[in-house]
Structure formats: structure tokens, C-alpha cells
Ligand binder design. Structure first.
Ligand code: PLP
Length: 421
């Protein structure tokens, strides 16, 4: 059994038995916007960004925030305003990055299966780099660039066959995964296409997975990338950068894991062998801990065998990670009762047995009407929401400098039906 814990995290903490986000009462937010609602700490986002930036010190580096983790406009704008660059995974994310004020040269476009329209957009905007996933994609980019009478800045995504040690659904660097080209083929691909009209090779890209909590796979990925870059250099291919991707994990279970400093200490000695600028694409490590999903208990069920369920008004439609990856999130009552703890299953209202947030979780007494906070949901939370069961997207609130603002209002029936005839 896992206990719910009392200390929450840096931004979300109980003050006088009431959960707050950077000093702002969660109940006061809920009174105005209802539940479920995502609440984010601007301070935590800034701090996480700075920690990564500081860890790489004076070594030339650029942090391209991975919008896929959370692309709500105000969050992306906040990161743009503090100097972050952007990593986009689709035309939609490129357009949100542009709307948020990023210069095209500060946007990198990654992703398997880019469509012709997406590549047209990326080439015509002259993005900082397009991370190409395959030889076929390189050729399609070249053809589009030639048609536009331009040169696209490209990096090849290589697959190093390294086990990231994270959940299989978010490991991307194994030979068996669909991502990138086998690293041993990369040298030939660069050699053969280096003078291809329409292509300027500016870097090499690697991303071995997400929620990585041990240093070795990250170090091995950096080693692999640097030795490839040294081979390319020997072939006379001058790159501008090495892109290490994202993947740095966060402490969902509260146990210490690798920090940005550990990460930098592991990869910098490798990078210094070539001295090229490094690009990082963190998503989760920047916004993950900064968000909480606040939900209300709408039903309590007790079964004769002793099991008890707290049913929330948020489910896999608001937060998919537990149903999709069996992922762990701390869950805390917003106003915990002083009572002995007992074992609870915390579940959502969706008609799927996988709609479970926690099983056998030790919690104080819970009652219908109570608010709970599902923590560390700033990344891969709201972005993965769906309208399944006609659930409307939850609103999102940003707490910053002691004030809070609704940065996305609750979706309405009219919003949803506006797309339908
Ligand atoms: N870059 C690429 C290519 C990705 O696929 C991902 C996520 O899967 C990221 C960056 C961001 O990863 P994370 O949120 O784990 O830092």
C-alpha cells in the first residue's frame, strides 16, 4: 500500500489544513471555476526551466521546451518570455508556438509521420531545424524546399537501440520502436545526401524516451550521438548542433531521482569532445510538477469485502496517464480530515474499467463533496484530454505572482457541437 503523504511539492502545500498553490487557496479557485480544473504554478515552471538552464552553465546550449507536454497558450507564452525555445511535434504545435511569439528560427519540428502539409509549413517558415525521421522524409523535405527555392535546415533523428528504462509505451530509442533511423545507417545517409539540393544538415537528433530516471541511458545516448558527430566531422560534414531530445524524469513518487545537474554532469564530458552547441527538448521536467488536477468526489462505494471506492468527477478523459501507462500520481485531499488512514481506490466516472487513478491508496477519511488534488499533472495531462463520454475539457488556471487567472475556460456543449451538423 502506498501512503498519500503529507508534504506535497514545492508549489502545492497545505497551509492551515488547506491545499494552496503558491499561497493561493485551491478552494477559492474552485468556488469560481468549479471542478474538475487544472491549476498550474508559474513559479514552478520558471524554476524548473532555470534549473536546467543553470545546470548546463556556460556550455553552449538551447532549451527547446517540448510543447507536447502542455501547449496551453499562456504556458507556452510564459516559457517564451523567459527565453525558452520551442520543440513542436505537429503543425498545430508549430502554429501555437508561432502565436506564442517564438521566432521560426527558435522552433524545432520533430515527430514521426509528418504530413506533406506539415512539411510545407515547416519549410516555408524556415524553422530552426526539421528533425527528419527517415530517408524518405529527407527526400520529401528536399523536394518541397527545391519547389520553394530554398534550403531546409535538417537533422536526422537516429535510433541508438538504447533502453531508456522507462515505461515501454514511452521508450523510443529501441531498435524495435518506430522512431528514427538505425544509428549505424546515419553516416552513409549524411554522406550520400550532404550535397542534396534543398537540404542543409545542421545537426543530429536523438530522443530515447520519456520519464527517464537513471543516468546511464542518457549518458549512452549522448556518447552515441557524439561519436556519430565525430565521424561526420571526419567526413567533412560541419554540424551546428547536437539535439539530445527530452526525457528527463520527475519524482512522481517523491523518491529522489536524477536532477538536471546530474544529467548535465553526465552528458557534458561527452559533448565537450566535440564542442558543438547542444539542444535539449525537455517537456515533463519543466511543467510536470507545476500542475495539479483538482476534482470533486461525487460518490463513495463500499463493498462487503472491505474495498472502498471514491468516484471523482474527473476521469481518464481529463487525465489519461494512469489508464494509459498505469502511471502513479500522488493524490491528496484539499482539506484533509484528521482521521486514521484506510485503503481507497480512487476512480473516475468513465465507463471503462481502466478509469482508475489509484488502487489501494492510503488516504484519510473521504466523503462525497470533498475535493482532491491529483499532483504532478502539469505534463501530459490537459493535452491528452478527450471528449469521450461527452466530457467537456476542464478549465485551466495559472497561479502567478500571488494572483490566479483562468488561462482556458471550461469547454461548453456549444463549443463541442459547433463542429457538428
Ligand atoms: N522530444 C521528443 C522527440 C519527444 O518525443 C518527447 C516526448 O516524448 C520530448 C521531446 C519531450 O519529452 P519529455 O517530456 O519526457 O521531456
Amino acid at each position: 500500500m502506498i501512503t498519500s503523504g503529507s508534504l506535497v511539492n514545492q508549489s502545492f502545500r497545505h497551509i492551515d489544513s488547506e491545499l494552496t498553490c503558491d499561497g493561493v487557496s485551491i478552494e477559492s479557485i474552485v468556488e469560481r471555476v468549479g471542478t474538475p480544473v487544472y491549476v498550474y504554478s508559474g513559479r514552478a515552471i520558471r524554476q524548473a526551466y532555470r534549473e536546467i538552464d543553470t545546470a548546463f552553465g556556460s556550455y553552449p546550449h538551447a532549451i527547446h521546451y517540448a510543447l507536447k507536454a502542455n501547449s496551453t497558450l499562456a504556458i507556452v507564452r510564459l516559457l517564451q518570455s523567459i527565453g525558452s525555445r520551442a520543440d513542436a511535434n505537429s503543425a498545430g504545435e508549430i502554429l501555437v508556438a508561432l502565436r506564442s511569439g517564438f521566432a521560426p528560427s527558435n522552433i524545432i519540428f520533430t515527430g514521426v509521420g509528418k504530413t506533406k502539409d506539415e512539411l510545407e509549413l515547416a519549410v516555408s517558415k524556415d524553422l530552426g531545424a526539421i528533425n527528419a525521421e527517415s530517408v524518405g522524409e529527407l527526400d520529401r523535405i528536399a523536394a518541397i524546399a527545391v519547389a520553394h527555392d530554398t534550403e531546409a535546415r535538417v537533422a536526422l533523428r537516429v535510433n541508438p537501440d538504447i533502453d531508456a528504462g522507462s515505461h515501454p509505451n514511452i521508450s523510443t530509442g529501441l531498435r524495435s520502436n518506430k522512431f528514427g533511423v538505425p544509428i549505424q545507417d546515419a553516416r552513409t545517409i549524411y554522406r550520400e545526401r550532404r550535397r542534396r539540393r534543398g537540404l542543409t544538415f545542421v545537426g543530429v537528433h536523438i530522443h530515447i524516451g520519456s520519464q527517464i530516471t537513471s543516468i546511464e541511458p542518457l549518458r549512452s545516448a549522448a556518447q552515441a550521438l557524439v561519436s556519430l558527430a565525430l565521424e561526420l566531422k571526419a567526413d567533412g560534414i560541419q554540424l551546428e548542433h547536437l539535439d539530445l531530445g527530452g526525457g528527463l524524469g520527475i519524482a512522481y513518487e517523491g523518491r529522489p531521482i536524477i536532477s538536471p545537474v546530474d544529467y548535465a554532469n553526465a552528458v557534458l564530458p561527452e559533448l565537450k569532445k566535440i564542442g558543438l552547441r547542444v539542444i535539449l527538448e525537455p517537456g515533463r521536467a519543466i511543467v510536470g510538477r507545476a500542475g495539479a488536477l483538482i476534482a470533486r468526489i461525487v460518490d463513495i462505494k463500499r463493498f462487503p469485502d472491505g474495498r472502498q471506492f471514491a468516484v471523482l468527477d474527473a476521469g481518464m478523459t481529463e487525465l489519461l496517464r494512469p489508464a494509459m501507462y498505469g502511471s502513479y500520481h500522488q493524490i491528496v485531499p484539499v482539506a484533509p480530515r484528521h482521521s486514521t488512514e484506510s485503503s481507497w481506490d480512487i476512480v473516475g466516472p468513465i465507463c471503462e474499467s481502466s478509469d482508475v487513478f489509484a488502487k489501494d491508496r492510503l488516504m484519510p477519511a473521504l466523503e462525497v463533496g470533498d475535493l482532491v488534488a491529483i499532483l504532478d499533472t502539469g505534463a501530459y495531462g490537459s493535452v491528452m484530454a478527450s471528449n469521450y463520454n461527452r466530457h467537456f475539457f476542464a478549465p485551466e488556471v495559472l497561479v502567478d505572482y500571488n494572483k490566479w487567472t483562468t488561462i482556458r475556460r471550461r469547454q461548453t456543449l456549444d463549443d463541442v457541437l459547433a463542429l457538428e451538423t
